[in-house]
Design a protein around this ligand. Structure first.
Ligand code: ZN
Length: 438
């Protein structure tokens, strides 16, 4: 009996031990799994901490950079405030305006300068601020002064006007970063007057007459007459040059439409102011000379030369052409073209060429030299006329052309002495325009 009891106990003990053992084993397994999971969680936590630390570091670095930038901006802003204060306390604006009025001539550069001082002292609300920049833009577009165009466009933008700013005018940071180095170099040039910028580029044009290739590396000219900068490429920077439908110059040929429009020139003598703007020789005219179209007065602003003539007559160009550029009170432009044919020496040209500026981009006013633009006109005033455009970028349309049928002589040597070998835009499609003749 004892033995049976013993065996029963033994059996129970064994079963108990087995159950206990099984239970233990299960617990151990669960514990191992839990430990693995915990380890994993710890690892993940560690990684996430690392990531967060990294993010914090980046943020700190960004904050430091921003801080530096802000400090630099503060310096700029302080400088600007100082300039503002200096200009506002003095009478710079009125002094300048008074001085310019006396001289009776206001170049685009001076105009843009006045706009800037006005913006600083009187603010963008002053309508004269906008007017100054607008005028400067108009004048500089006529004469193609890139830096002045930029200054005027940026000025208008700063004064709250909606203007399309040329890509070359935008601050460096807004341009692609890839070509930063190059642009930085460029930027320095831009800081100076356009005179220096383009002036340099074209200086070499004097020697080889090509203006373009030689100086690409030095200071890429804004535009030119051949290669990468040539007329075929103008449209990239100046869309109207490519997309315009009434562009100049034209090949003037039949059919013509008769007109009774009466055109007369009343040009006055004034002190000579002559400029090599990098694309042509330009004479800046003192106010008072007028072209009348059916009695409507157009003020002569400037005249300049192209070699060979841009206009062709029946497919043929002349040695050169003078373009007299005028504007009437409502802003309409009119260009009078006088074709120069190789022949006798031209006394008017002789005076001009004797006073060619030594430096490009700088207006030269030789002492005691007067000039009457009328010296370059023929007596006969029969003309061809058409609606066209500026023949240089930005190729603005809405320009009325009058090309005189009577040519004026120029000696071969005088043609050769012109500092540009080729500065003529090719003839443009007529696109259904009428060519009028009186
Ligand atoms: Zn021209």
């Amino acid at each position: 009996m004892k033995r049976i009891l013993f065996e029963v106990f033994l059996a129970i003990a064994l079963v108990g031990a087995a159950v206990f053992g099984f239970m233990n084993q299960k617990t151990a397994k669960t514990a191992t799994a839990q430990i693995t999971e915990l380890k994993k969680a710890a690892e993940e936590a560690e990684n996430s901490v690392k990531e967060k630390e990294k993010a914090i570091k980046t943020a700190e670095e960004e904050a430091a950079a921003l801080h530096e930038e802000m400090a630099a901006m503060e310096v700029k802003s302080n400088q600007l405030e100082a300039v503002k204060a200096a200009l506002a306390n003095g009478s710079t604006l009125s002094d300048l305006e008074g001085a310019y009025k006396k001289e009776k001539s206001l170049s685009a550069e001076r105009q843009v300068g006045l706009g800037a001082i006005r913006l600083l002292t009187k603010g963008a609300e002053d309508p004269a601020t906008l007017e100054a920049f607008r005028k400067a833009l108009q004048m500089s577009e006529l004469g193609d002064r890139k830096n002045t165009i930029c200054a005027a466009q940026l000025g208008l933008l700063a004064a709250g006007e909606k203007v399309k700013v040329m890509s070359d005018c935008l601050p460096k940071s807004e341009k692609a970063h890839g070509d930063k180095e190059e642009k930085d170099g460029h930027g320095k040039d831009d800081g100076h007057s356009k005179a220096k910028d383009d002036g340099h580029g074209k200086a070499k044009g004097k020697d080889d007459g090509h203006g373009g290739k030689k100086d690409e590396k030095h200071a890429a000219p804004h535009w030119g007459y051949e290669g990468e900068m040539g007329p075929e490429k103008w449209g990239k920077e100046f869309p109207t040059c490519a997309a315009g439908k009434s562009q100049s110059p034209l090949d003037i040929k039949n059919p013509f439409v008769k007109t009774r429009m009466v055109v007369t020139a009343d040009y006055k003598e004034g002190p000579l102011k002559i400029l090599n703007n990098g694309h042509t020789i330009q004479v800046v005219v003192t106010p008072g000379s007028k072209l009348r179209v059916d009695g409507v007065a157009h003020d002569l602003l400037q005249f300049h030369f192209h070699r060979p003539s841009e206009e062709k007559i029946d497919g043929k160009p002349m040695a050169m052409v003078v373009h007299f550029v005028h504007k009437n009170a409502s802003g309409k432009l009119a260009v009078l073209g006088v074709l120069l044919k190789e022949g006798n020496e031209n006394p008017g040209i002789k005076t001009l060429w004797a006073n060619l500026p030594k430096e490009e981009g700088v207006e030269y006013a030789p002492d005691g030299v007067n000039f009457n633009p009328g010296n370059l006109l023929p007596r006969e005033f029969d003309y061809y006329s058409y609606e066209g455009s500026l023949t240089t970028p930005p190729c603005t349309e809405g320009v009325r052309f009058f090309i005189l049928k009577t040519t004026v002589n120029i000696a071969k040597e005088q043609v050769q002495a012109f500092p540009f070998k080729m500065n003529a835009r090719p003839v443009q499609p007529l696109n259904g325009r009428e060519i009028l003749t009186n």
